[in-house]
Ligand binder design. Structure first.
Ligand code: LLP
Length: 431
């Protein structure tokens, strides 16, 4: 499908929605994360379109690890979405943002006893269980509390999603889920445990997946297993297909042209068809489906704005040194990820080099060995597609305060997270 990024040049100056980047920098300083509310909502709406007519049997749980500022979670809640969480902290955020606990799925391989208790008290929708030991722990705690924990087992379908090895999760070599060969046993055990109510089975095969075919394979394998489990007398009413749909990172993309991205509505309909209407659904039973998209909602809504401080070159290389670093956006250093660098001032030409930060690591770069805008000292650079796994993976490395976050809508902008202060950085340290 084609869609437009929420950026334009007016009089050669970059705008996010209708707000000029120069004004944002004047108001909030740099480095700065900026999100387009309209774009973020349009992505939620595209998913919602995929469930038209099936409202009762499709649930969207935003993979909030992608980007979880309370203001963004408010938008998520306003569209009827729940959340996929991976920690007690994320559950706390959901409560503060008004996300309905009945729409929360708790994923992750290492839930602590405190987190399990907190989630049971909050009456969440589902625990996505990743090991027999975790299942027993959940049952014990739930039984102590006089409850039955709603669970689904995350199955590792051993499907290669053909994405970066660090973000592929559905292979045997990955730590996630339970192997097919162990699945029937664990469901039988779950059925015998006092604190467990079996609801679902699921998978999450990886992230940044640009074609749907690996989902088809995973769904086919999972359904086969589900039929075996149901033949053993254990009913499974819901399938959780995880997140993973990819986005266009704008490599070789002409910004004046619309984006070409997988269509979330078509994706949802396709998954529905594979699970509920294809030959793989031998029993003919219609199952509820839960989706956990993160990146495909948040990714292209967000931008990291930074100021170019210095330029320098040696015989090999030209460096643009800016005030954002790997502690602000880790993806280039960690995954060699590509983020499009857009000049605030459209009239800059282009120049080959590296955009690097001030952190004391050679791995601290935001763009390396690339054709970049010919930034002059003091110019503003904008890194695109930074709305997912951007701010959220930031740290205080080198005692650098984390950036401020701002939400833009039309010609309005508001601060949604203050820039950290030096005092805050030391707040918890004791002399
Ligand atoms: N559900 C589960 C169980 C997950 O593990 C994930 C992501 C999601 C949903 C959301 O997936 P998405 O729709 O965002 O692909 N930091 C990496 C990505 C890590 C993804 C981890 N799991 C990156 O920057 O590319």
């Amino acid at each position: 499908m084609k869609e437009n990024l929420p950026v334009t040049y007016t009089d050669h100056r970059l705008h996010i929605e209708d707000v000029s980047v120069a004004e944002l920098v004047r108001s909030y300083g740099t480095p700065l994360y900026v999100y387009s509310a309209s774009y973020f909502e349009s992505r939620l709406d595209l998913y919602n379109r995929g469930k038209e007519g099936k409202e009762d049997s499709i649930q969207f749980c935003y993979g909030m690890k992608a980007s979880s500022n309370l203001a963004l979670l408010r938008l998520v809640a306003s569209r009827g979405w729940g959340a996929d969480i991976v920690s007690g902290g994320e559950l706390f955020r959901c409560q503060k943002a008004g996300i309905d606990p009945k729409k929360i799925v708790f994923s992750g391989v290492g839930k602590t006893e405190e987190e399990i208790r907190y989630a049971l008290e909050s009456e969440i929708h589902l625990f996505s269980v990743e090991s027999p030991s975790e299942l027993r722990t959940i049952s014990r705690i739930a039984a102590e509390m006089g409850k039955k924990a709603p669970v689904g087992i995350r199955i590792n379908p051993d499907v290669d999603p053909k994405t970066h090895p660090y973000i592929s999760t559905g292979l045997k070599e990955n730590k996630f889920g339970i192997g097919h060969d162990q699945a029937l046993e664990i469901y039988k055990e779950a059925a015998s445990l006092p604190g467990i109510q079996i609801k679902a089975a699921g998978f999450h095969i990886g992230s940044q997946l640009l074609d749907f075919s690996s989902y088809e394979e995973a769904a086919r394998r999972l359904l086969k297993l589900v039929h075996e489990i149901e033949a053993a007398g254990i009913s499974i009413d819901e399938i959780d297909v995880g997140g993973g749909l990819g986005i266009d990172y704008l490599e070789n993309h002409d910004l004046s042209q619309p984006l070409e991205t997988p269509d979330p509505a078509a994706f949802v309909k396709q998954i529905w068809q594979w699970i509920n209407e294809s030959d793989a659904n031998a029993s003919g039973k219609k199952r509820k489906i839960t989706f956990e998209p993160g990146r495909s909602v948040a990714g292209n809504s967000g931008f990291l704005i930074t100021r170019v401080l210095y330029r320098k070159s040696n015989e090999d290389r030209q460096f643009f040194i800016c005030d954002a670093a790997m502690n602000d956006l880790l993806r280039p250093s960690l995954y060699q990820a590509y983020h499009r660098v857009i000049p605030e001032n459209q009239s800059r030409g282009s120049s080959f080099g590296d955009l690097v930060g001030p952190v004391c690591e050679s791995g601290d770069f935001l763009a390396r060995g690339r054709e970049l805008p010919d930034f002059q000292e003091g110019d503003i650079a904008v890194l695109a597609s930074a709305g997912a796994y951007g701010f959220i993976m930031g740290s205080n490395y080198n005692t650098r305060p984390r950036a401020a976050e701002v939400l833009v809508r039309g010609n309005e902008h508001s601060l949604i997270r203050k820039r950290e202060t030096y005092d805050q950085l030391l707040e918890n340290e004791l002399l």
